[in-house]
Design a protein around this ligand. Structure first.
Ligand SMILES: [Zn+2]
Ligand SMILES: [Zn+2]
Length: 389
């Protein structure tokens, strides 16, 4: 049985085993299902029994290329590291002194628990912690980003800082709750980093999970109009159901001309760029209005040429987004709990934890039009389309 040190509390109705199943990363692209000791929460931490975990494009990056994960100061390969970061579950043990949470509460998580002592953490920008990954040996600053610098969610249990948890209402399924962190990222880009207020116009380029939920979040925040741009009609239709007032398939229409037409010729107040291609970033600079803002939310693999004179002449603000800080996940949860947008529309597949490689393949190759693929520790059936469950 689980035998934590004094001060760590468990409850008899939620017994914790000593060992758990966890996927660990070996060489690039190589995951192995192994047994690991169930981790022990410290001060200001809880143990979460993971009930569901969604696969993110960033997981595919970490598993194949390593970055942005950083373990022991280097790439995460062959270090017994468990990736996965978009999970939800049940509080199963409390670290010493924890009274913010109760055992048995359903929670979903945000990723970053900053060091709490660097300049960025002190400004509340803990997703941009200057001590990212410095959590080992003599440089230990206590930083955690589960699935990036500490063990993540492709396992049965994980330890979380109390500040990274969000309560899940009984009315919300496990699968939907895994999507809160994605919606929280979109929220963070629009509000905390962007300063969006109701009535401003928002364009989202790229209907992936973050882009689709950005359309939903923007609409719920009162943005008008909300315009979604992509290349696949099926994805654009989901975006329309999530709240986009107008969708544009760039194969059929001149997106810059349509956006200018819908905004009195001026261009949009915000452009959220979720595609990551040079063409999309060029489109963003061409359709943002003077003094407007462009949020870069996708990772281009190569350096990109950008029309800098256009940005300078027009006083355009250009910013990257890193994670989902400043309670953005809580505000995303508030909208989702009230169904101000239906995040369930982007959940397409569910697999058992043991079938993670198959789940990753579905996510990577978009098999069966996969958008968000969820893995569940206690789900032993074969993959079913979400609509059939
Ligand atoms: Zn993610
Ligand atoms: Zn910090």
């Amino acid at each position: 049985m689980y035998a934590p040190p004094p001060g760590v509390r468990t409850a008899p109705d939620l017994p914790v085993p000593a060992q758990m199943r966890a996927w660990t990363l070996g060489d690039p692209g190589q995951l192995t299902l192994s047994e690991k000791p169930v981790p022990v929460p410290g001060r200001a931490e809880v143990l979460v029994r993971i009930d569901a975990v969604a696969i993110c494009a960033t997981d595919l990056e970490v598993i194949r290329y390593g970055t942005p994960a950083l373990i022991g100061g280097g790439l995460p390969f062959n270090k017994g590291f468990t990736p996965g970061h978009e999970y939800m579950g049940t509080v199963a043990a409390l670290g010493p002194g924890v009274d913010e949470w109760r055992i048995g509460e359903r929670v979903t998580v945000e990723i970053h628990a900053g060091c709490g002592q660097c300049k960025r953490c002190r400004q509340g920008l803990y997703t941009a912690c200057l001590n990212y990954g410095r959590n080992y040996g003599e440089v230990d600053k206590g930083h955690r980003a589960n699935g990036f610098t500490t063990d993540g969610g492709f396992a049965e249990y994980a330890v979380n800082n109390v500040n990274t948890l969000v309560r899940v209402p009984d009315t919300m399924t496990d699968e939907e709750a895994t999507l809160v962190v994605t919606a929280g990222t979109s929220m963070y880009g629009l509000t905390e980093l962007g300063g969006l207020v109701a009535g401003e116009s928002v364009v989202v380029i790229g209907p992936g999970p973050i882009g689709l939920l950005a359309a939903g979040v923007a609409k719920a925040l009162g943005a008008a109009p909300v315009i979604l741009i992509g290349t696949r009609d099926g994805r654009l239709e989901i975006g329309r159901r999530l709240g986009a007032d107008r969708v544009i398939n760039v194969r059929d229409e001149d997106a810059v001309a349509v956006v200018r037409g819908l905004t009195g010729g001026l261009g949009a107040d915000y452009v959220i760029e979720c595609a990551g291609s040079e063409e999309a970033i060029g489109m963003a600079t061409a359709m943002v209005n003077r003094g407007g803002k462009i949020c870069l939310a996708a990772f281009p693999h190569d350096p990109v040429t950008v029309d800098v004179p256009q940005i300078v002449r027009n006083n355009v603000y250009l910013y990257g987004i890193r994670g989902e800080g400043r309670s953005a996940t809580h505000r995303a949860m508030a909208f989702m709990a009230e169904r101000r947008f239906d995040a369930r529309l982007i959940h397409t597949h569910t697999f058992a934890l043991a079938d993670l490689p198959e789940a990753l393949r579905h996510a990577r190759d978009r098999i069966g039009d996969a958008i968000k693929v969820v893995v569940k520790a206690r789900h032993e059936a074969a993959a079913l389309p979400a609509a059939a469950q």
